[in-house]
Design a protein around this ligand. Structure first.
Ligand code: IVH
Length: 703
């Protein structure tokens, strides 16, 4: 993989010559090691500038860490080659002075050592114990490592006077005006014990949601689209125009103090003071006295971290006691009393080999990136989504580009953008195909939609295949032995043309067992699984039909209302079907329209008949029994007039669900009359008979 080859553009930065992948074999010692160290230093300095100075990294964090760790290792093995100007001895990049004042930090802003494996953290704990001469580990605080950019804010007599970026750790850029636009940074500290002077340190970040929304807005106006929330936050805070910074959804978590005249016994005391003074502190701070529960927390968080509204890239462990922190001190660029336990990187860079378009079961055409396989988010990824035509155009993604790929949690991997300097000469802008790759019919892009569609629903082989795969999927018919390969083969050899044909496969048993690679046993098992699936539950059957927006959940709502599938189908095919269906709680007009369109379509009706002819039967929906007793349980109720929101039909259904008998005429046996607008003779009769009169509201509040 050509990960580290540069193709400098016209920036003022001098990009170093090619640096081979750190995986490359190192020959001999002496000059070779010196040469490699020089190469690594040059490359690391270059990438430091791209990251810190230009907010536009060219390689992923993981790739940077790999280079950096290789240099650390070489310098450890050859201490005589360590120099003061080596990046291992520095923090970040030298600040860019242009347009901004450079400010010296009264107390340096350091970086953190990091580890990925449990053993790295065990080594950290052992080092601390050895250094302090302790037998047991001192208390550690575990705090989210927020993926943003750090900032130091000076308060004097409780008033904000200056805010500075980390810069190279010794000096940073003055960003006071921009920082003042952040809603969770107080201008004046509140609470008790406010120090005369204090530097509050923390992380400026953007939530994932606000980052996505910012990118949408940027794309719309043709502005810069950011690769991730951290780049967006960094780019925004360093805007020279604070009006622009103010428009960006930036936030701040306070997590430590820099220089101050105040004294605190522990990190947790510092954090408590920060909260008291009016800062938002990092949530979920925990303390641990042994490693086992700390690792449990790491493992748990590595899975749930994507549910957090903001990105974290690890956990920072800090010795809690300030006295012990002081004794432990610092090594080069990082404190000895803290370490970052990082999660596998969410982003990596690789080469975009090709873009193919895929047709889904509803005809939506999605461009898919074919990638040089790359390890990201804990798995090897070779395909990633590119969403739609606009997404590619807004990011100007071209085939052969070096791209960033992101895989956060279980989300489908996506290409987030092209790496700077990652373009091959002659690469052309991507042109979205005009024809469906499967059936060659012309693709259309409907008004107001980002997606292209193939409208040839019933003939397009890609849509047929995708619909059948959906039909036999796990939450639909779930037929054992009918996986992707089998379905493709059955379609290819024309054993089936539609989902209904699956249920007539038994008639072709003799031909099926002749197929290479299957044989009698597996074919008979398949045919038996198909036969057993013929009696299907109502929600599974409805979901299997692939009606847009109708899954098992909507199917259950419909089943609740019409427990017999045939009754439901008649309603869906009737004149007033759409209105009746959309009256159900949880079902909106678009779902109702999709349902009715589907059942009124002649080709779908033919499919449904084919299912019936092949012996498919839909079991009645089992309406869950009401556990709750209501005022209507066991009572006789009559409805009259127009109710404010419910149709007569819906009101009747709800009453029946509550165990009421709904009658059409008033008599002495009637318990309640529910009267709406324009109630006439029934209301009078009820009053004369002394029957209690209720409203729609009474009905709804009884449920
Ligand atoms: S403490 C001397 N706590 O991580 C230790 N840093 O890679 C000071 N970071 O520069 C840092 N979350 O930008 C600390 N909860 C946290 C953090 C955190 C994110 C960043 C910070 C620091 C970088 C080190």
């Amino acid at each position: 993989m050509d990960l580290f080859s540069y193709n400098p553009d016209n920036t003022t930065d001098d990009a170093p010559d090619d640096v081979p992948d750190s995986g490359e074999e190192q020959k001999g010692a002496g000059t070779d090691v010196q040469k490699r160290i020089a190469e690594l230093r040059e490359a690391i300095s270059y990438h430091n500038r791209r990251y810190h100075d230009q907010d536009d990294p060219e390689i992923s964090d993981a790739e940077f860490d790999k280079l950096f760790n290789e240099l650390v290792k070489l310098e450890e093995d050859h201490p005589e080659l360590v120099t003061d100007d080596s990046p291992t001895q520095q923090v970040g990049a030298v600040p860019k002075a242009a347009g901004r004042k450079v400010v010296k930090h009264q107390q340096a802003m350091l970086s953190l050592g990091n580890g990925f494996e449990h053993s790295d953290i065990e080594d950290f704990a052992t080092r601390i114990c050895r250094f302090l001469g302790l037998d047991t580990m001192p208390e550690l605080v575990a705090e989210y490592k927020i993926d943003g950019l750090s900032c130091s804010i000076r308060y004097e007599d409780g008033a904000l006077v200056q805010a500075v970026t980390r810069g190279n750790g010794q000096e940073g850029e003055d960003i006071t005006e921009n920082v003042k636009t952040l809603p969770d940074i107080p201008f004046v500290l509140k609470g008790k014990n406010i120090p005369k002077v204090v530097d509050v340190r923390g992380e400026i970040y953007m939530t994932r949601e606000e980052f996505e929304a910012l990118n949408d807005r940027q794309a719309e106006k043709g502005g810069k689209v950011f690769a991730n929330p951290r780049n967006a936050a960094a780019g925004s805070i360093r805007q020279l125009d604070s009006k622009i910074a103010a428009e960006r959804p930036l936030r701040f978590f306070a997590y430590t103090l820099g220089y101050t005249d105040a004294k605190f016994e522990s990190h947790t005391d510092q954090v408590a003071a920060l909260k008291d003074w009016g800062f938002t502190i990092v949530p979920d701070v925990k303390t641990f006295s042994s490693l086992e529960p700390l690792f449990d927390w790491y493992e748990k968080l590595s899975k749930t971290r994507f549910d957090l509204p903001f990105a974290i890239d690890g956990i920072v462990y800090k010795v809690n006691s300030t006295a012990l922190q002081e004794r432990l001190g610092f090594v080069a660029r990082a404190p000895r009393w803290a370490i970052a336990h990082k999660f596998p990187a969410e982003q990596a860079s690789t080469v975009l080999l090709d873009i193919e378009v895929q047709v889904g079961r509803t005809g939506v055409v999605t461009p898919v990136a074919r990638l040089d396989p790359v390890y990201v988010g804990g798995v090897t990824v070779s395909n990633a989504t590119l969403h739609n035509e606009d997404y590619i155009a807004e990011r100007d993604i071209r085939i052969c580009d070096k791209v960033f790929v992101e895989r956060a949690g279980d989300v489908i991997p996506k290409v987030v953008g092209t790496a700077p300097n990652g373009r091959k000469e002659g690469a052309e802008p991507y042109k979205f195909p005009k024809q469906c790759p499967a059936c060659k019919s012309e693709l259309v892009r409907l008004e107001g939609e980002a997606a292209h569609r193939c409208l040839n629903h019933f003939e397009c082989p890609a849509q047929i295949e995708a619909s059948i795969l959906h039909f036999v999927g796990r939450t639909q018919f779930d037929i054992d032995g009918l996986g992707e390969k089998m379905v493709q083969m059955l379609l290819e050899k024309e054993f089936i043309k539609s989902a209904a044909d699956i249920f007539t496969l038994a008639q072709k048993r003799d031909e099926l067992i002749e197929l290479e690679g299957y044989g009698e046993k597996s074919i008979d098992a398949l045919l038996q699984a198909i036969d057993e699936s013929k009696i299907v539950s109502y929600p599974r059957f409805l979901a299997a039909l692939g009606i847009p927006m109708v899954g098992n959940q909507v199917a259950s709502l419909l089943g609740n209302r019409w427990p017999k599938f045939d009754d439901f189908m008649h309603v869906a095919q009737s004149e007033e079907g759409q209105e009746t269906i959309q009256n159900i709680d949880g079902i909106g007009p678009r779902i109702a329209e999709n349902v009715c369109d589907f059942f009124k379509n002649a080709r779908n009706q033919a499919q449904l008949k084919a299912f019936l002819d092949a012996g498919v039967r839909v079991a009645d929906f089992e309406v869950p029994t009401m556990e709750k007793e209501t005022i209507f349980t066991g009572k006789t109720v009559v409805l009259t007039g127009t109710l404010p929101t419910l149709s007569r039909d819906e009101a009747k259904h709800r009453l029946q669900k509550m165990g009421a008998k709904v009658s059409s005429s008033i008599s002495a046996k009637t318990d309640y009359l529910i009267a709406g607008d324009k109630a006439g003779s029934k209301l009078k009769k009820a009053e004369s008979l002394g029957v209690e009169v209720l409203s729609e509201e009474d009905l709804l509040s009884a449920e």
